[in-house]
Design a protein around this ligand. Structure first.
Ligand code: NOJ
Ligand code: CA
Length: 629
């Protein structure tokens, strides 16, 4: 059996402990709800960009505007005509998702159309033009099915409907229709490991030991001592077993007690859940993001997990989820789901926390017959901007020979803006991160607000916390509210998200970081994302090129080529706060006398004179150029 790879580790300690005891691999710890970053974030908060005065910001913005207009004008004149080839995504046998850019929407927080303080489907529909202009091809909606909202939708009580707080099926159809009109596909989140305890299946299951749905969940007697059946822990705190007095047995829940695990060893569960996907495919959805895929199966003998010294942020003993995470049977289910998906030309994305790219490779399937897009979440675990660390991980992905799916933030992880920001160059760093994950091989997934440099806004006191793990773990674990705050549309009260009181407070950063203001600022993070996504779309080397690392010993600058047979793009990223100059020798790549044409850069001077022999970079600069023989 393989060692546990689901993010069991809610606490910082595990980041280092796993490697040394041989139970976890040497590379990143896998904390989804991210104590590693929560620790880092605490440190970084003292440098918050919020300490700038509005006077500073105004002056800086004026200067930036002037400089950027100059840069873009210069570059526009230099872009070779054939670098705008549009046809790369149109090849007949091309799976649509391979060149697509995905965008994760947390519906509660995107846009509120009826002013009840909670975002909804009509709110999303009203902003599709924005997404289109940004360069988005597919939106992934986190769960908007009927739900008691204990885990904000990840506790589903009906898989074939829409929760009334988000609208109804008609609203969904309209959203889909309007998205389709703009060439945007809709991906649903599929919570397959567990349902809500209010799902009719579970209500029936718990009603009697002989109920028709009893075996749809995992029930067990207590140990002789009256204790839970084994030592397994919920990732959300405490035992993973809850005693149910109606039938005097325990049921199993990897997440909250209100999220009982389905029993995937029961073919009826498989049948019903596969049918759910068909139901949505018939309504036009283009695929699913599968939640918590690694946790579908448990050891039939319910063996105790190994325990290590120490406790996590929630006060539970450290444990390796050897017997309730990442069991091989999960791959049978993924193959089955893929067959159904293939019948509908749909894509399956996975929430796949793994310790290494090799472990991630298993989720593609031995014959590429499982997930097309298992997410690579490892960037979210590189806590500091380090060319060496990023280069190392990319090399691992490349040698695993997989089609990467990079993400840098999501609704469970502290926003990248805060993770990497130094308080002085935050916007430059946000662009730098975009310059990285949007120019690497693969299909990237953006998290809403990343494109405007949204940052975390964590609760200041326990009473303000909405996320139950934040209440439970306060103050060490503040929960995930901070990364789920309302989208910042403009600088009016509530950032244009709602005219009612938003369910989470808007980040104060909305005054400077919002869509409307950034659209007016050619040097904004948003403008950079738009330019970069447009460049990516029209540059075959960025879509399909191989990844060739350059200057591999440089601790400050990450540089690489993306190369197809007929074109090469050069990406240079200064991951340091100091200016850098790099010299590239491309002769080993057969490009000895190559010329360099700037395509997109964050630098005020555009550096049009740069040659492959010498590129000068401002702190945290991005330089993307085309190499021509
Ligand atoms: C992963 C989701 O991303 C997270 O938000 C949720 O709490 C758990 N799975 C449980 O469904
Ligand atoms: Ca609403």
């Amino acid at each position: 059996m393989q060692h546990a790879e689901y993010p069991i580790e809610l606490m910082h300690a595990v980041c280092t402990a796993g490697a040394s005891n041989g139970l976890a691999s040497a590379s990143p710890c896998i904390p989804p709800y991210a104590s590693c970053f929560r620790s880092c974030r605490r440190r970084k908060r003292s440098f918050s960009y919020r300490s700038r005065t509005s006077f500073d910001v105004g002056k800086i913005n004026m200067l930036r505007k002037a400089v950027t207009i100059l840069v873009l004008t210069l570059i526009a004149g230099l872009i070779p005509a054939d670098s705008t080839a549009e046809n790369a995504a149109g090849q007949p046998d091309h799976p649509w998702w391979r060149h697509a850019v995905f965008y994760e929407i947390y519906p509660r927080s995107f846009a509120d159309s009826n002013n009840d303080g909670i975002g909804d489907l009509n709110g999303i529909t009203s902003h599709l033009d924005y997404l289109k202009a940004l360069g988005i091809d597919a939106i992934w909606l986190t769960p908007c099915y009927p739900s008691p909202q204990v885990d904000f939708g990840y506790d589903v009580s009906d898989y074939e409907n829409i929760d009334s707080i988000y609208g109804n099926l008609k609203d969904f159809e309209r959203l889909e229709r309007e998205a389709k009109r703009r060439g945007i596909r809709v991906i649903m989140d599929f919570v397959i490991n567990h349902t809500s305890d209010q799902h009719p299946w579970f209500l029936d299951s718990r009603s009697s030991i002989n109920s028709g749905h009893r075996n749809w969940y995992i029930w067990h007697d207590s140990r002789a001592s009256g204790q839970p059946p084994n030592n397994w822990q919920s990732i959300f705190g405490g035992s993973a077993w809850k005693f149910d007095p109606t039938t005097s047995q325990y049921y199993y829940h990897f997440f909250y007690p209100q999220q009982p695990d389905l029993n995937w060893r029961n073919p009826a569960v498989e049948h019903a859940m596969f049918d759910v996907t068909r139901w949505w495919y018939k309504r036009g959805v283009a695929g699913f993001r599968l939640d918590a895929v690694s946790t579908l199966f448990e050891d039939p003998d319910l063996r105790d997990n190994p325990v290590r010294p120490g406790v996590n942020d929630l006060g539970d003993p450290l444990m390796d989820n050897l017997y309730n995470d990442n069991l091989p049977e999960v791959h049978d289910i993924l193959r089955g789901l893929r067959k159904v998906a293939d019948e509908h030309k749909a894509v399956l994305i996975g929430e796949t926390w793994t310790a290494t790219p090799d472990a991630l490779r298993k989720y593609y399937g031995e014959h590429n017959d499982e997930l097309q897009m298992p997410m690579d979440l490892a960037f979210t675990e590189i806590a500091t901007l380090s060319a060496t660390e990023f280069r190392k991980h990319i090399a691992g992905v490349e040698s695993a020979g997989i089609w990467p799916v990079y993400v840098i933030s999501n609704h469970d992880i502290v926003r990248s803006y805060l993770r990497y920001g130094d308080g002085q160059h935050d916007d430059a760093i946000a662009k730098l991160m975009a310059g990285l994950y949007l120019t690497l091989r693969g299909t990237p997934i953006l998290y809403y607000g990343e494109e405007i440099g949204m940052q975390n806004n964590d609760p200041q006191k326990k009473d303000d916390v909405q996320d139950p793990i934040g209440k439970l773990g306060w103050p060490r674990q503040k929960g995930r509210d901070g990364e789920r705050t309302p989208m910042q549309w403009n600088d009016t009260p509530n950032a244009g998200f709602s005219q009612g009181k938003p369910w989470l407070p808007v980040s104060p950063s909305y005054q400077t970081h919002n869509v409307a203001s950034e659209l007016n600022d050619p040097n904004s993070v948003l403008h950079f994302y738009r330019h970069l996504l447009a460049l990516r779309r029209r540059t075959p080397a960025l879509l399909d090129g191989d990844y060739l690392p350059l200057n591999q010993d440089d601790p400050n600058v990450l540089a690489y080529l993306r190369r197809t047979k007929s074109s090469s793009a050069l990406v240079v990223l200064n991951m340091s706060a100091a200016p850098q100059t790099i010299r590239l020798d491309l002769s080993p790549k057969g490009l000895a006398s190559a010329k360099l044409w700037p395509l997109l850069t964050t630098m005020g001077t555009a550096n049009p004179q740069a040659t492959v022999a010498q590129i000068s970079l401002d702190p945290f600069a991005v330089y993307i150029g085309e190499i021509r023989k």
